[in-house]
Design a protein around this ligand. Structure first.
Ligand code: ZN
Ligand code: MN
Length: 254
C-alpha cells in the first residue's frame, strides 16, 4: 500500500486523512563526514517515518529537507561546503504553514519525526503556534530521545557512548544509514581522528578548526547494518507507543 501522500491523488489523500496519522519527517542538508551523505538526517527521519507508518497504519508527508543552523558541538557547524542553514524564523514559519495547511485540510493527528539535533526548539515553536490556532493534535519526537539504555549498551559495546549531541555521523547515524541506504555509506573513507569533548558554551563568531577536519564528532568505526536494524526497530516501536497513547481518544470518534 502506498503511504506517501505526495504519491496519492487528492481523492486518496482526502479519504486517508480522515482517520490516519500524518507523519512529517524533518531533517537537514548538513555535512556528515567523509563517509555519509549530506541528507543523512532526512534519510533517517524519513526512513523511521515509513517504518512507523506501517506499524500504525499512518501516512507520510514529503520531508522538510533543510534544518536550523548546524552547531559545531552537535553537527560540525556551518563552515563545511554543502551545509545549508535556515534561520530559526524561516524553519518556524515553514513548519507552521505546513501544519496550518494540513489542519485546514482536516488532518487531526500529526506526528513530526525529527532527525536533526538543532531543529528541536524551532519545531516546538511551530507546533505551539499552530495548535493554538487550530484544533489539531501534534506530537513531535526526535529519535535519539527514544533509545533505551540497554539499546545504548548494545550499540556501544566496543567504544564509549559520547552523548547524543556528539553522535554526529557516528555509530548510530552511520548504522541507520547503512540500514536504509547502504549504497550511500563509504566506510573506506572514514578517518579516525582525535575526537575532543567540546566546551559547554557557544563561542561566536564560529571559527574554523574547532571540530575534526572530517566533520565527524565521534567514532563511526564500530557501525553496522545490524545495529541500524536494532535501532530502527526500537525507535519505531517507541514512536508507535507514543502515537497510540497520544492519539487514543481519536480512535473512538473517527
Ligand atoms: Zn545527522
Ligand atoms: Mn543534523
Amino acid at each position: 500500500m502506498n503511504r506517501e501522500i505526495a504519491r496519492m491523488t487528492w481523492k486518496e489523500f482526502e479519504e486517508a486523512k480522515r482517520t490516519k496519522t500524518l507523519i512529517i519527517p524533518v531533517g537537514s542538508l548538513e555535512q556528515h563526514g567523509y563517509h555519509l551523505p549530506m541528507e543523512t538526517d532526512v534519510i533517517i527521519s524519513s526512513g523511521l517515518a515509513k517504518v512507523l507508518a506501517e506499524k500504525i497504519d499512518g501516512i507520510v508527508a514529503p520531508p522538510v529537507n533543510y534544518g536550523y543552523k548546524s552547531q559545531p558541538n552537535s553537527g560540525g557547524g556551518p563552515l563545511f561546503p554543502g551545509t545549508v542553514d535556515l534561520n530559526g524564523d524561516t524553519l518556524v514559519r515553514l513548519v507552521y504553514d505546513m501544519l496550518c495547511e494540513f489542519a485546514r485540510d482536516g488532518v487531526k493527528k500529526i506526528f513530526i519525526s525529527n532527525g536533526h539535533f538543532e531543529n528541536e526548539a524551532f519545531l516546538v515553536e511551530a507546533v505551539d503556534l499552530a495548535t493554538r490556532q487550530y484544533d489539531i493534535h501534534v506530537v513531535l519526537a526526535s529519535w535519539w530521545d527514544q533509545i533505551p539504555s540497554d539499546m545504548v549498551e548494545k550499540c556501544f559495546e566496543e567504544v564509549p557512548f559520547p552523548g547524543w549531541a556528539l553522535e554526529h555521523a557516528a555509530v548510530t547515524e552511520t548504522s541507520m544509514v547503512m540500514y536504509f541506504t547502504p549504497e550511500l555509506v563509504h566506510m573506506d573513507r572514514f578517518v579516525e581522528e582525535e575526537f575532543r569533548k567540546p566546551g559547554l558554551y557557544h563561542d561566536y563568531p564560529i571559527k574554523p578548526g574547532i571540530v575534526p577536519a572530517s566533520g565527524v564528532l565521534a567514532t563511526a568505526r564500530t557501525s553496522s547494518r545490524g545495529k541500524g536494524a536494532l535501532l530502527v526497530e526500537s525507535i519505531t516501536d517507541a514512536y508507535a507507543g507514543i502515537c497510540r497513547e497520544a492519539f487514543k481518544s481519536y480512535d473512538d470518534t473517527l
